[in-house]
Ligand binder design. Structure first.
Ligand SMILES: [Ca+2]
Ligand SMILES: [Ca+2]
Length: 176
């Protein structure tokens, strides 16, 4: 009789769910929802920052193109102890060497500039900021003072959107 009862109970159990089954189902549903939410968030974030990052890359590239054909140091200079524009080089149109761009900030022009040195008013929410610094020739990770003797500089362009840095690019130029 006892065996009979347990057999009946055993046969009834498939009609309902055991606690373990419910727990597993709950965890699985929870994981699915978390995955869906996570995918949604990263997608929309990538979507927004992707467009802005493309613009930022474009704007950094404009500075790179603009400075690629310029000598690193003022033509004819005998000493190289101060970076930045020489006296009389009051606007970006007059910059004739790479280090003139040290401290350049497109905010002073109201909009970022193109490789042709014209402003891009449509992109005025963005801003280019440039730093040129001398590097230790034995260790390019080590910036040095302007007065340091080195033939290497690093140009860093930081792109800001609404005042917030969103991207930066840097490259090294040699004075030869
Ligand atoms: Ca110059
Ligand atoms: Ca200069």
């Amino acid at each position: 009789m006892k065996n009979q009862t347990s057999k009946i109970k055993h046969q009834e159990s498939p009609k309902g769910f055991t606690l373990i089954e419910v727990l597993i189902a709950t965890v699985l549903i929870g994981l699915s929802i978390a995955a869906l939410v996570g995918a949604n968030v990263s997608f929309s974030m990538a979507n927004v920052t992707g467009a802005d990052l493309s613009t930022a890359e474009f704007l950094a590239e404009q500075i790179r193109e603009l400075t690629t054909m310029l000598p690193v140091v003022e033509p004819g200079a005998t000493t190289w102890t101060v970076l930045g524009p020489e006296s009389g080089e009051t606007t970006v149109a007059l910059y004739d060497d790479v280090d003139d761009f040290d401290g350049f900030d497109s905010a002073s022009l109201g909009a970022p500039i193109s490789a042709q040195r014209t402003t891009l008013p449509d992109l005025s929410a963005f801003r280019q900021r440039v730093i040129v610094e001398k590097l230790n020739p034995l260790n390019f990770n080590e910036p040095k003072a302007d007065s340091y003797t080195s033939n290497f500089v690093r140009v860093t362009v930081t792109i800001l959107q609404s005042g917030r840095p969103i991207s930066s690019a840097s490259w090294i130029r040699a004075r030869y």
